[in-house]
Design a protein around this ligand. Structure first.
Ligand code: CA
Length: 240
């Protein structure tokens, strides 16, 4: 597991570095926010520990830029400031968990593992409802039956799964399509673009997800949300 440790307190950083390596993490250390941002955008880390009070670029700004750049790795925020306002600001900026200083290492380790467990179903082939999604193999199936998805439908499902339980906007969807088109020249060339086609693809994907226990909910004026179907309507969809 590759971990970025963004912490400007050299003594704390050294101690964490030793302890994290001892429990099996590959650690890269960033002593300030500028280095943290650079490394996070350059390297596919599995998880990051981010101090909020960092020199050059503060931790909240690093976090906001990371999320704006569509980096979805789990981020555990460290802060000496344990007031409610800071917590709320951090969570709104996209932190996945919080730890206030001082803390015990076993607590940190437990939280890191909890975050990694939460994130892992999206990167390897595991089930969500009746859907099995394997990002690496670019394959989705329902109860062993392969789902036939166009490149755009695949990207749409991938994005909804990454952001599950959060609203995905049309702009995010179109940005994901545009980015993929840049990386895979030609693929999806004949598929039209624009806000209306987002609705078309949502409609198609909804139909393909019927019976999986997952549904795409429209959040009026905001976008779309992937969530487990309520048990009342399906009589027993498993929760996400
Ligand atoms: Ca600090």
């Amino acid at each position: 597991m590759n971990l970025l440790l963004a912490e400007d307190d050299a003594i704390l950083a050294d101690a964490l570095n030793v302890q994290l390596r001892r429990v099996g993490f590959e650690v890269e250390h960033a002593p300030n926010g500028a280095v943290a941002e650079y490394l996070l955008l350059k390297t596919p880390f599995d998880i990051a520990i981010l101090d909020l009070g960092l020199p050059m670029v503060d931790g909240l700004t690093v976090l906001k830029r990371l999320r704006a750049a569509k980096r979805h790795l789990p981020v555990l925020v460290l802060t000496a400031l344990d007031s409610l306002d800071d917590r709320v600001a951090g969570l709104n900026a996209g932190a996945d968990d919080y730890l206030t200083k001082p803390f015990d290492f076993p607590e940190l380790e437990a939280r890191l593992h909890a975050l990694l467990r939460r994130g892992r179903p999206l990167t390897t082939g595991q089930a969500l409802g009746k859907l099995n999604f394997d990002r690496g193999a670019r394959r989705a199936s329902v109860l062993g039956e392969s789902l036939d998805l166009s490149p755009r439908e695949w990207l749409l499902l991938d994005l909804l799964l990454l952001e599950r339980d959060r609203v995905v906007t049309k702009e995010q969807i179109m940005a994901a399509w545009a980015q993929d088109r840049g990386e895979n020249r030609g693929e999806g060339r004949n598929e039209s673009s624009g806000g209306n086609s987002v609705e078309v693809y949502i409609h198609r994907l909804r139909r393909k997800l019927e019976g999986t226990g997952l549904q795409i909910r429209t959040v009026r004026g905001l976008g779309y949300l992937l969530e487990a179907e309520s048990t009342s309507s399906t009589g027993g969809a498993s929760p996400l």
